[in-house]
Design a protein around this ligand. Structure first.
Ligand code: SAH
Ligand code: SF4
Length: 408
């Protein structure tokens, strides 16, 4: 059997209707604490204590906050909760990749709670969490499954941070926590989640303020403490927002390039009609702080017979001259109904060699979590299909476990 899966619904908690403080930024947290009947000085103190418990210790319950007096803990629990996005399902791939389908709290009457996906990818030297910034995407890249869905809405900052909180809860990745599957408490062990990439659903630069606020919380040294050097924003090329991302967010940048001629890129990434390749690369050249140690990643999806020739590899190298860059070759992940195919392995290697010989790192991204449909461009709608199939199987008396099992 290739796949193991764990279907798990986290129960609705009693505090679900209360305002959750989990995922809130410093300013927002202070604003909400104004609801407490205490002096401004005490509010500031409580905000600092809560910050520590929520983001450094990973508290999911006010009762655990032992540096805060009992009465105050009870007062907090009456008004607020520490609810995270709810886990609808968790799937674990045979390669260790985990994918969570998360349901956000309803935003108002009639809202059943938007669903998004978050993926954890363990590797030998790092553990990467791939987060979503929007529910769906307004852009319509022709090779991307997410692009075929309509945008439901932007995620807010708390919902973006919430994805990291849920992943840390599930992996036992808080100081002193028992690590799942390792059985032992490893307080000094390196973090399981060491890197974050905004490569899930959505275009992060079309949700700029929320992404910026979320990253401020994630990078805060007194809390989640993930360095901005270990956070990567991936954009399809929203050129006017790139200078702002450099000045105000300051993370690593990845550009979904995928083609070296405007005519082809117009077709693959329609946003190119608005912001063509030259304008995009000029914005990259001006990105602050670039050096050999801080390079821009250019993502290039390998599409058979479309963008994978040797001459395109050589043109790619020519275009990127002068930009500290690495080139990430992504084997295309197919989805039902797509007109594209993944390039043959030999073609990908030949392409990679040309780029490598020109002096660029050109790793071929190993597809991760394909068996649980967690790979790039496979998110969300596939899950919906599986759930529909699961319902069908349950109705016809077949166990849900049969759904994910596939033989070698
Ligand atoms: N919207 C942003 C970030 C999310 S997409 C962006 O486009 O950059 C993350 C990466 O996955 C992008 O490089 C995207 O082009 C790539 N991708 C999308 N669909 C894919 C597929 N079916 N196979 C391989 N990569 C895909
Ligand atoms: Fe949106 Fe990125 Fe998919 Fe394009 S590749 S449709 S920008 S998520």
């Amino acid at each position: 059997m290739q796949v193991s899966a764990l279907a798990q619904i986290s129960p609705e908690k009693p505090g679900a209707a209360l305002l959750s403080l989990a995922g809130r930024g410093r300013a927002e947290l202070s604003t909400h604490l104004a609801a407490l009947d205490v002096s401004a000085r005490e509010q500031r103190m409580r905000a600092a204590q809560l910050w520590h418990w929520i983001y450094h210790r990973g508290a999911t319950d006010f009762a655990a906050m032992t540096t805060i007096g009992k009465d105050m803990r009870a007062a907090l629990a009456r008004i607020f909760s520490l609810e995270r996005p709810r886990i609808v399902s968790e799937h674990i791939s045979s390669d260790g990749t985990r994918k969570w389908l998360l349901r956000m709290s309803p935003k108002g009457p009639g809202d059943k709670g938007a669903e998004i996906e978050t993926v954890y990818i363990p590797e030998a030297d790092r553990g990467t969490l791939c987060v979503s910034s929007q529910v769906g995407c307004t852009l319509t890249c022709s090779f991307c499954h997410t692009g075929t869905q309509r945008l439901v809405r932007n995620l807010d900052a708390a919902e973006i941070v919430g994805q990291l909180l849920v992943a840390r809860d599930q992996l036992g990745d808080w100081p002193g926590a028992d690590r799942r599957n390792e059985g032992a408490s490893l307080p000094d062990a390196p973090r399981l989640i060491s890197n974050i990439v905004f490569m899930g659903m959505g275009e992060p630069l079309y949700n700029f303020e929320a992404v910026k606020d979320a990253i401020d919380t994630i990078a805060d040294g007194e809390g989640l403490s993930l360095s901005r050097r270990r956070i990567t924003l991936s954009t399809s090329g929203v050129v006017p927002m790139i200078p702002r991302a450099g000045a105000e967010i300051g993370t690593m940048l990845a550009i979904s390039l995928h083609a070296v001629r405007d005519e082809l890129r117009d077709e693959l990434v329609p946003l190119n009609k608005k912001y063509p390749i030259k304008a995009l690369l000029d914005a990259c050249r001006a990105y602050p702080g670039l050096s050999n140690a801080k390079r821009i990643t250019f993502e290039y999806v390998m599409l058979k017979g479309v963008n994978d020739s040797n001459s395109e590899a050589r043109e790619l190298v020519r275009l990127l001259r002068g930009i500290p860059a690495k080139i990430n070759l992504i084997p295309f992940n197919p989805w039902p109904g797509t007109r594209y195919e993944c390039s043959d392995w030999g073609r990908i290697e030949a392409f990679s060699e040309i780029v490598f010989n020109a002096g660029y790192a050109s790793p071929i991204r190993t597809p991760r979590g394909r068996d649980i449909l967690a790979a790039c461009g496979q998110l969300k709608s596939e899950t919906e299909k599986l759930r529909a199939r699961a319902r069908m199987m349950l109705e016809s008396g077949i166990g849900a476990e049969g759904m994910f099992a596939s033989s070698e």
